[in-house]
Ligand binder design. Structure first.
Ligand code: SF4
Ligand code: SF4
Length: 343
């Protein structure tokens, strides 16, 4: 295990930015989001949840992926390059877990090569949470606020220092290039990390217990709830704004569209949302989810029943963003409670 004095962080960021595009939590107009690093950027490593999770760095909100040219009956297609190497610094464990959940879908056969290329180009450096937020519930999904097993490098905030642990070959390769900025951590570092992890996990678990609900058994409980009256109540306030899906680190629905002018055009894919009325609208006008009730049910059933049935993992990491940001307070923890997963 290594460590870096926080006074050296600007030098570290400068070095990382020389190697690759560097993204980290930057505060702008009071909002913290992952943004490209530049000298003097207001980096904020204290915020737990950025407004938008860093999923857009592996799965952009909108990306052009081919150019086409039409000449009479001839069609020429030119694939566009994916952005080069990048480093994500300071991703929280829930957001890294969110990316690992999306990986299961996109990297499984048939593999999404566009996603894979971008994913391979990235190195993720996580930052453990010492003090989870009131709305965090990652421990409910067997995750830890203080640890990111899927990151390439894990770091922990120990006050004066960040502890630094490469977790795979990619992480080791990057760490080797930073040797002059890092120093060996002393023998107590592993115990210090262990204590941080345990303290953060038990603080968060205590808050979840206070709220009186459990994820355990919710998948099984939802198996016969497709026609349940619980949806009649839950959906009523929904505005169909899509905020919950756009801010969710695991939501990954997308649309593919063409933008063309004359004989030239670009094909792009962009985030979509199951909460939008036209999400499943078919060309002949049929819509299998005609009202907001079916859409809200789909969102929660997908996260808590369909995804775990296919990939053996819930499609929620308990980041709490949708709980905080839904304008009408539709809360996934209340859905879990209403579904009756508590044992
Ligand atoms: S954020 Fe709330 S109101 Fe907006 S689509 Fe999601 S559940 Fe509905
Ligand atoms: S469903 Fe809500 S709490 Fe769960 S990962 Fe998505 S935004 Fe976070």
């Amino acid at each position: 295990m290594k460590k870096i004095n926080k006074e050296k962080l600007p030098a570290l960021w400068e070095r990382l930015a020389d190697e690759a595009a560097l993204y980290l939590p930057v505060e702008e107009d009071g909002v913290v989001n992952f943004a490209p690093w530049k000298e003097g950027a207001a980096v904020n490593l204290d915020v737990i949840n950025t407004m938008v999770p860093p999923k857009h760095l592996v799965f952009p909100q909108s990306e052009n992926y081919l150019r086409f040219h039409v000449e009479g009956s001839k069609l020429e297609i030119e694939p566009l390059d994916v952005d080069g190497p990048y480093v994500v610094f300071g991703a929280r464990p829930c957001d890294v877990a969110g990316i690992a959940i999306i990986d299961k879908l996109f990297l499984d056969e048939p593999c999404d090569t566009l996603y894979k290329e971008r994913r391979d180009n990235g190195t993720i450096i996580s930052l453990g949470c010492n003090e989870p937020e009131e709305t965090c519930f990652c421990t409910s999904f067997d995750l830890e606020p203080g640890f990111s097993p899927d990151a390439d490098i894990s770091t922990w905030d120990l006050g004066e220092y960040l502890l630094w642990e490469p977790r795979n070959e990619k992480g080791q390769a990057l760490t080797a290039k930073l040797d002059d900025l890092l120093e060996a951590a002393d023998s107590g570092a592993a115990q210090a990390v262990e204590k941080l992890r345990q303290d953060a996990a038990s603080r968060e678990a205590a808050v979840v217990r206070e709220h009186g609900w459990e994820v355990q058994g919710v998948k099984e409980a939802l198996e016969d709830k497709f026609d349940s009256e619980i949806w009649d109540e839950i959906y009523r306030r929904c505005l169909g704004c899509g905020v919950c899906t756009y801010l969710c680190p695991t939501c990954h629905c997308f649309d593919v569209q063409d933008y063309s002018k004359g004989q030239e055009g670009l094909r792009f894919r962009c985030w979509d949302s199951c909460m939008f009325g036209d999400f499943t609208l078919m060309a002949h006008g049929e819509n299998p989810r005609p009202t907001q009730k079916e859409r809200v049910r789909q969102r929660f059933m997908h996260k808590l029943l369909y995804y775990p049935s296919n990939f053996e993992v819930y499609a929620c990491v308990g980041c709490g963003r949708c709980v905080r940001k839904c304008p009408v307070s539709i809360d996934i923890t209340q859905v879990i409670k209403a579904a009756g997963g508590v044992e």
